[in-house]
Design a binder for this molecule. Structure first.
Ligand code: ADP
Length: 261
């Protein structure tokens, strides 16, 4: 489902080059909940942006659902992202003058879905995150946890295969952080939706299937969490990756396994 090999990205800055992602490799199966962890500045956000096609890489390969991102034209990549991917940001990125339901339906209207159909799907997405009663409220009238539920609904409204989330709980207190993590987990298990999140909170990481640890731009370790954490554990799939993860480090699952679970 997600496979990256030897991905490198360097930023040019006035003070010289910064190697933000350094020869990073890992793979994850279908419908996994993956989290990227590591100290601030180690390259998590940059790697997430490479994976989701926001940033162009300097070297390496990225395949999402078996599709090589780098081989696509800009237009095809944008279209693919709009159809198959959802995005959640730490600070919500909601339009302040739009209500919850209007924020959620916006990507559909931009994609020229008929207004009535867009509204129906937006309401349905708000129901999925338990926020239907707040459909007509503005972001200002919502708590941080509720705002993040709106952004998750917005990410779901296209019925994507993968949701990318950069520090989705970073602006929340611990109770709301746990609720949002549990919500993402439920959507992952019930809907078979893949999540790849960046977090500095290892408590959040412990609720996922796979922890990918980064240090100085490198993927230094992977841990597959098998106890009680939903799909990877329950299906028993991707065992090769589990073995590799236990050995630590960079070995990838065989391609047939990677996409099989
Ligand atoms: P993390 O998400 O782990 O905190 P980042 O991916 O944001 O790390 O950053 C990795 C490295 O790349 C850091 O050294 C950071 O300063 C640098 N960096 C990130 N974005 C840019 C940018 N747009 N231009 C130049 N350097 C950047």
């Amino acid at each position: 489902m997600i496979e990256i090999r030897n991905v490198t990205l360097e930023y040019d800055t006035p003070n010289g080059k910064v190697l933000a992602v350094d020869d990073a490799s890992f793979a994850a199966a279908d419908a996994e909940f993956v989290c990227l962890v590591g100290p601030s500045g180690c390259g998590k956000t940059t790697l997430l942006n490479c994976l989701s096609g926001l940033d162009a890489i300097d070297a390496g390969e990225i395949e999402i659902e078996g599709v090589p991102l780098a081989g696509m034209s800009d237009r095809a990549r944008t279209d693919y992202r709009a159809r198959r991917m959802g995005f959640v940001f730490q600070f919500y990125n909601l339009m302040p003058v739009l209500s919850s339901v209007e924020n959620v339906e916006l990507p559909l209207l931009i994609a020229r879905v008929h207004a009535r159909e867009a509204r129906r799907r937006a309401v349905e997405a708000l129901e999925m995150v338990g926020l239907e009663r707040w459909a007509d409220h503005l972001p200002d009238e919502l708590s941080g946890g509720q705002r993040q539920r709106v952004t998750i609904a917005r990410a779901l409204v296209n019925d994507p295969a993968i949701v990318w989330a950069d520090e989705p709980t970073g602006d929340l207190d611990s109770e709301n952080a746990a609720e949002i993590t549990d919500l993402m987990r439920r959507l992952n298990v019930e809907r078979g939706l893949s999540f790849v999140i960046v977090t500095h909170d290892i408590g959040v990481g412990r609720k996922t299937d796979r922890i990918v640890r980064m240090l100085d731009g490198e993927v230094v370790e992977q841990e597959l969490l098998e106890v009680g954490n939903g799909r990877a554990g329950h299906t028993g799939g991707d065992r090769h990756a589990a073995d590799a993860a236990r050995r630590g480090g960079r070995r990838l699952p065989e391609p047939d396994r990677a996409g099989a679970a």
